[in-house]
Design a protein around this ligand. Structure first.
Ligand SMILES: N[C@@H](CCC(=O)N[C@@H](CS)C(=O)NCC(=O)O)C(=O)O
Length: 205
């Protein structure tokens, strides 16, 4: 299996999973700054010109959630439940909520404070951050209430939903996300950081 990645949050989810499960994979880093996502060869694999992309035999996938589900199925991991379909639906709900709502809420902070710094894209735009707060609070309330009395987002254990939901929020302190008033979210994020592969997801360079 090959995984094409850049140093950003969606590939981070798949890289952490690969490390956590001890899956053998060829991890191919792409430089987005020098046009690595725009080559004809890469576009043929992922017409979105985004990362991650996975190639496993005849199967080529984009979208980190689908890639993580594929990895779990092949590794026999219940981080993507296949035995208990109620659990699978619960995980799917949080994967969907993440892409539909949470990514839009945390994304402005992550892009302005983390992505711009990582790829030398200039200073954060304070107007974007000010505008982001209302939407952030709206969805942080939902997640915080859900995590009351829970250590994980779904199925009562670590699943790929946690890796998706936490991939931008993990940077909440550096990115100044207004999470201080959401103790269940910060407790859950701290708990995930106890997982070695989550704490240190990047391949050795
Ligand atoms: N929903 C997609 C998101 C993919 C995505 O937006 N990847 C970003 C990194 S987090 C990317 O490749 N950005 C590079 C660019 O837009 O040039 C997934 O989960 O895989």
């Amino acid at each position: 299996m090959k995984l094409y990645w850049i140093k950003a949050q969606a590939p981070l989810r798949a890289l952490a999973l690969i490390k956590h499960l001890g899956v053998e994979a060829e991890l191919i880093q792409i430089d987005p700054v020098t046009g690595g996502l725009h080559t004809p060869e890469y576009k043929a694999l992922n017409p979105n010109k985004k990362a991650p992309t996975m190639v496993d035999g005849d199967i080529t996938l984009f979208e980190s959630a689908a890639i993580m589900a594929h990895i779990c199925i092949n590794a026999g991991s219940d981080m993507w439940p296949t035995e208990n379909l109620d659990e699978q639906v619960e995980v799917l709900r949080w994967l969907s909520w993440n892409e539909g709502h949470w990514v839009g809420a945390v994304g402005p902070y992550y892009v302005e404070k983390i992505v711009k710094k990582t790829f030398n894209m200039g200073p954060p735009d304070t107007a974007v951050l000010e505008k982001a707060e209302k939407n952030f609070i709206k969805y942080a309330k939902v997640l915080d209430a859900h995590l009351e009395g829970r250590d994980f987002a779904a199925a009562g254990r670590l699943t790929i939903a946690d890796f998706s939901l936490a991939s931008m929020a993990r940077y909440w302190k550096e990115a100044d996300m207004p999470l201080a008033g959401f103790p269940n979210i910060t407790r859950w994020l701290d708990g995930l950081m106890e997982i070695p592969a989550w704490k240190d997801p990047w391949p050795a360079s």
